[in-house]
Write a protein that binds this ligand. Structure first.
Ligand code: OKP
Ligand code: ZN
Length: 352
């Protein structure tokens, strides 16, 4: 006899103000290119989720309190973003001098010093950065609260992304580390143990650095080889954490062009086995979709169905999942890829 399954809708967090931030261009390997991290990305995902409204319930997050951002990020970094709010609305500010030796010792109210808190040439500041990145982090915080409250799955349509942002550094299109915000929120006063599993094509250097010494948050990132791909200076397997957090950071490098089968093999054999051994109370999934075969920045060969399978295997671990949107730059298929990953998670978790 056929038993109909009562479908639980998945809560999605998004705020329209995230669309006010429109970086115009970046310097990519010496070339000025139109910025890949567009508002169209979020709009494409939103449209695809709206088409599946029987499965997804889209809500606005509460505004993230300043203190929640300060738990992870430095006062100077926040001050710098506030300074950028005074820019002319049609102006993007690109840091031009990166003073390694005086890092953190510049004046964060002087935008000419912005390079002291920035590590690449692709991440401009403008008058909307603070608000949009703040709402993006707010989505992550709300999704975490939803899951801490008993839901098995929630999704933050975070944009701009977050996993490259460190405590006092922005870069890689990232300003606040949304996935770290979610992990910290779940962790609360200590107790719950969290795995941040990062499936974005790029290494999650920001998340790695934030939890570098933390044994209660295991960070796992699967990514393209950092010798050839951003962020170049981090993501190597020898980076395993320090002090009490030693052994609680896992970097898995995949070969260029890896397909779904190869990806899932590494995911299961190395990432998910380490995850299960750690036995977390929650999973934060840094859900980058730039491993897609048509992605203009990533170089894996994942198909839409692979995102379903990846989600399904993660969901099948039976732990509550906070999914945070990270990268994914092939806008025409971004919506369907996000839906595939989320439906995979739902299926694995037995929600549909
Ligand atoms: C952000 B996320 C290619 C140059 C590389 C930085 C890539 C940042 C990716 N245009 N620029 O998706 O991990
Ligand atoms: Zn990426």
């Amino acid at each position: 006899m056929y038993t109909p399954v009562v479908s639980t809708r998945t809560t999605v967090f998004f705020n329209e103000l995230q669309l006010d931030f429109k970086p115009r261009y970046e310097w990519a390997f010496g070339e000025k290119i139109t910025h890949p991290e567009t508002t169209a990305r979020a709009e494409a995902i939103l449209a695809a989720l709206e088409r599946e409204h029987q499965l997804f319930d889209i809500r606005e997050p509460l505004e993230i309190p300043y203190e929640a951002l300060r738990e992870l990020h430095s006062y100077q970094l926040l001050t710098l973003y506030s300074a950028a709010e005074q820019l002319d609305p049609d102006r993007d500010w690109h840091p031009t001098v990166f003073p390694k030796l005086s890092r953190g010792q510049g004046d964060p109210t002087n935008l000419h010093h912005a390079g002291a808190w920035c590590f690449d040439s692709g991440t401009p500041l403008n008058a909307s950065t603070m608000k949009a990145a703040g709402w993006s982090a707010g989505c992550a915080r709300e999704a975490a609260r939803e899951v801490a409250g008993g839901s098995m799955l929630a999704y933050a349509l975070s944009r701009p992304p977050g996993h490259h942002a460190e405590e006092d550094l922005f870069g890689g299109y990232c300003y606040f580390n949304n996935s770290a915000v979610a992990a910290r929120e779940l962790q609360g006063e200590g107790g719950p143990r969290v795995v941040v599993l990062d499936i974005d094509f790029h290494h999650g250097n920001g998340t790695q650095s934030i939890f570098w010494r933390d044994p209660e948050i295991l960070t796992i990132s699967l990514h393209g080889d950092p010798r050839s791909y951003f962020p170049f200076f981090a993501g190597y397997p020898r980076e395993t954490g320090a002090e009490a957090g030693s052994g609680y950071n896992l970097n898995l490098v995949l070969e260029t062009g890896v397909d779904g089968q190869g990806y899932i093999e590494t995911l299961e054999r190395h990432a998910l086995s380490a995850l299960e051994h750690f036995d977390p109370d929650y999973i934060v999934l840094a859900m980058g979709l730039d491993g897609y075969e048509k992605d203009p920045i990533g170089n894996f060969a994942l198909a839409t169905e692979d995102f379903f399978s990846i989600g399904e295997r993660i969901g099948a671990l039976g732990r509550p999942v906070v999914a945070i949107q990270e990268g994914g730059y092939y806008t025409p298929h971004l919506g369907r890829n996000a839906v595939a990953a989320l439906r995979g998670l739902r299926s694995g978790l037995g929600l549909e």
